[in-house]
Design a protein around this ligand. Structure first.
Ligand SMILES: [Zn+2]
Length: 341
């Protein structure tokens, strides 16, 4: 296993690009979140450009795209936009960008449909799941903050292209000098598209394997008993057999890196350590609720947005460990508590 290394330690400035292989340009766009940037990859073909991910739809991001359309992208049309998953920082500007440039959207079917469904969600949808969260120990006012989140997707993904070409697992996509095989991997989103170009030893990894930060793996509101972390860990175990260690990984955030196999192992170890911490907290003499576990696992100050991520990520570990029989549920009136098995 090779160690992690970063061949391009200086990222381009917001809205600027860096050519990291002939015809392949790395673009950074700003995000109005704590994770303050997203990577977009622009690939030049004979007749036009392919963009991989779109960033968010903000006035600032549109202005930066306009700069590119008058600069690097001025001579040829943007023909195609490939979107890796439904999260706002990747799909948010898709409708605007496709409308502005005439680019055709290509996206995994599950991800496209998930984006469509999330655009329909409103705070009222939490009603059905209210009891579920109250049983996990959340206070009513915390639920109010979470309900606001349901309204938020539509505000950061104001529209979606009505037509798209579905990407399916095993599809071979040609863009510029590259031919890449599409793989759909679950965990961070339902079926995130990763593109592996073996002849060029490149992996467009989106948010599945990130350097320096661990991709968020959360239980979704509409699937509260789901086990996304179990599927995520299985995919991390499988990926090294399919993609050679010498591959340059092009992630959705932070820096391109070498060391895919090591990073998969590190992320698996991170979640194993989290599970061990959680097992320690699930004292059979005083079994906690998920809401009580969150501040003990996440000791930093959390705003409402971060609390939701922390809660959903903790729940992902709880659902996995309960399935494995490592923790067991203890009923306390209507509350669900957890003890080590
Ligand atoms: Zn994401």
């Amino acid at each position: 296993m090779i160690e992690l290394s970063y061949p391009y330690p200086e990222p381009p400035a917001d809205g600027a690009t860096r050519e990291i292989a002939p015809g392949l340009h790395w673009l950074r766009l700003p995000l109005p979140f704590r994770l303050n940037h997203v990577n977009v990859y622009l690939v030049e073909g004979e007749r036009g450009w392919t963009a991989i991910d779109a960033g968010v739809d903000t006035a600032q991001a549109r202005a930066l795209w306009e700069g590119l359309l008058g600069g690097l992208l001025a001579d040829k049309p943007v023909e195609r936009l490939i979107v890796t998953h439904y999260h706002p920082d990747h799909v948010g500007a898709a409708a605007w960008l496709c409308g502005r440039t005439g680019a055709a959207l290509a996206m995994g079917e599950t991800e496209y449909l998930t984006a469509r469904v999330h655009r329909l969600a409103t705070a009222d949808d939490l009603g059905a799941e209210r009891d579920f969260y109250l049983r996990h120990g959340l206070a009513a006012e915390q639920l109010g903050l979470m309900a606001q989140r349901l309204d938020r997707y539509r505000s950061v993904v104001p529209d979606l292209p009505r037509r798209y070409s579905p990407i399916r697992a095993g599809d071979r996509l040609k863009f510029g000098p590259f031919e890449a095989e599409a793989t759909m991997l679950p965990g961070h989103s339902p079926a995130q598209v990763l593109l592996h170009a073996p002849a060029h030893d490149l992996l467009f990894a989106a948010d599945h394997v990130l350097p320096q930060i661990s991709p968020n793996v959360s239980v979704a509101e509409e699937k509260p008993e789901d086990d996304p972390l179990g599927r995520y860990l299985a995919s991390l175990a499988e990926l090294p057999a399919r993609v050679p260690d010498r591959t340059l990984v092009l992630p959705g955030h932070r820096l391109p890196f070498f060391g895919l196999h090591r990073r998969c192992a590190e992320l698996a170890a991170h979640h194993a350590a989290r599970c061990a911490d959680l097992a320690r907290l699930c004292d059979p003499a005083a079994p906690p609720t998920v809401a009580e576990i969150v501040p003990r696992l996440f000791t930093m100050e959390l705003d409402a947005h971060q609390f939701w991520f922390a809660f959903s990520e903790t729940l992902a570990h709880v659902n996995l460990m309960a399935r494995r029989g490592e923790i067991a549920e203890v009923r306390d009136g209507s509350l669900r508590r957890w003890r080590r098995a």
